[in-house]
Design a protein around this ligand. Structure first.
Ligand code: NAP
Length: 299
């Protein structure tokens, strides 16, 4: 990795990914703390970083006025995608952020996207595609990080499956090229410090893609409880989620993940993580060894 010395800002710094990016900037890459700015809707939640000498700023994409000062004097920004389940809301939040980055004249924008947003059936793929295009048209240098699915997403579904013994899936034999959230944060930190990835789109994945059957059998062996995968149509995933009280938009989102998995849109494997960081991503087996207690506790 070739590096630069610039003032860099991480949005969404109080989120899980944002915090891990700051961790990798400071602990893995030893980037000078006085060159880092942590930005959040709630800067008071960033005191652990302020205590280390990192500047904190308020940046709320729903409040364009707060963004004017947030992005001033910054060379590189990691724009972490937001988490609103409502696509139109999320698209506007990202639009506000890109407009403010343009007004502030930030020369380099890095955006966290998702795999294959042009064609993916994932319900929010259009949010990422729209933001990618706005970032590319901003006039700044850019890098798009198309982040694969986190191992950590399995914590939403596997505990329930361990408790009931059944995992309902519409993904068929489709696979997901999972990677740990921490590795994605390390890739984002590396991207912030790199000088040779301008105007590139990188898809950051684990080293292998896993089917729901493989995931279930590995977690089942670890915890010592059986999980049988029950293959159902995507409509049954929606119905099941609604029956558990999830809002329709979230039920549709979960079903769309299975559709995208089944059709191969989440299974592509690249070596771009290693090219960016010079290390290999953590395997599922190793991640399970480190995090298996999270599943055992729920069994
Ligand atoms: N690849 C995957 O598997 C996967 C899984 C889950 C999510 N994601 C995406 O990756 C992002 C980061 O993941 P995560 O694990 O860190 O999620 P998280 O812990 O739920 O964090 C949500 C993030 O959204 C930010 N945010 C929400 N509303 C905002 C606003 N109005 N203005 C500015 N920032 C706002 C939060 O920033 P502050 O709270 O600091 O303001 C925080 O960084 C998510 O927001 C989502 O877009 C990807």
């Amino acid at each position: 990795m070739s590096t630069t010395s610039s003032k860099i800002l991480v949005t969404g710094a109080s989120g899980n990914l944002g915090g891990l990016v700051l961790h990798h900037l400071t602990e893995t890459y030893h980037y000078p703390k006085d060159q880092i700015i942590a930005a959040s809707r709630n800067p008071e939640s960033l005191s652990q970083w302020a205590d280390l000498g990192i500047e904190t700023r308020k940046a709320d994409f729903s409040d364009p006025e707060s963004l004017e000062s947030a992005f001033k004097g910054v060379d590189r920004v990691l724009l972490i995608s937001t988490d609103s389940p409502v696509n139109d809301v999320r698209t506007v939040l990202h639009h506000n952020a890109v407009e403010a980055l343009k007004s502030a004249g930030v020369p380099y924008i890095i955006y966290t996207s998702m795999p294959e947003p042009e064609t993916s059936p994932v319900s929010f793929s259009n949010v990422h595609l729209t933001t990618e295009n706005e970032v590319k048209a901003s006039g700044a240098y850019w890098t798009i990080l198309r982040n694969a699915w986190y191992f950590e997403n399995l914590l939403f579904t596997l505990p329930g499956a361990l408790a009931s013994g059944s995992l309902y899936s519409a993904a068929g034999e489709g696979k997901i090229s999972y990677i740990s959230r921490s590795d994605l944060a390390r890739a984002a930190a590396a991207a912030l410090l790199s000088t040779n990835i301008e105007n590139k789109t990188l898809t950051i994945t684990g080293e292998e893609a896993l089917s729901v059957g493989t995931v279930a059998s590995q977690v089942s062996s670890l915890v010592g409880k059986p999980i049988s995968v029950v293959h159902v149509p995507a409509e049954a995933i929606v119905e099941g989620a609604l029956a558990h009280g999830l809002p329709p938009v979230v039920a549709e989102m979960f079903a769309s993940f299975d559709r995208a998995t089944q059709s191969g849109h989440l299974g592509g494997v690249t070596d771009e993580y290693e090219q960016l960081t010079w290390v290999k991503p953590q395997s599922f087996e190793s991640w399970l060894n480190d995090n298996g207690s999270l599943f055992s506790e729920s069994a």
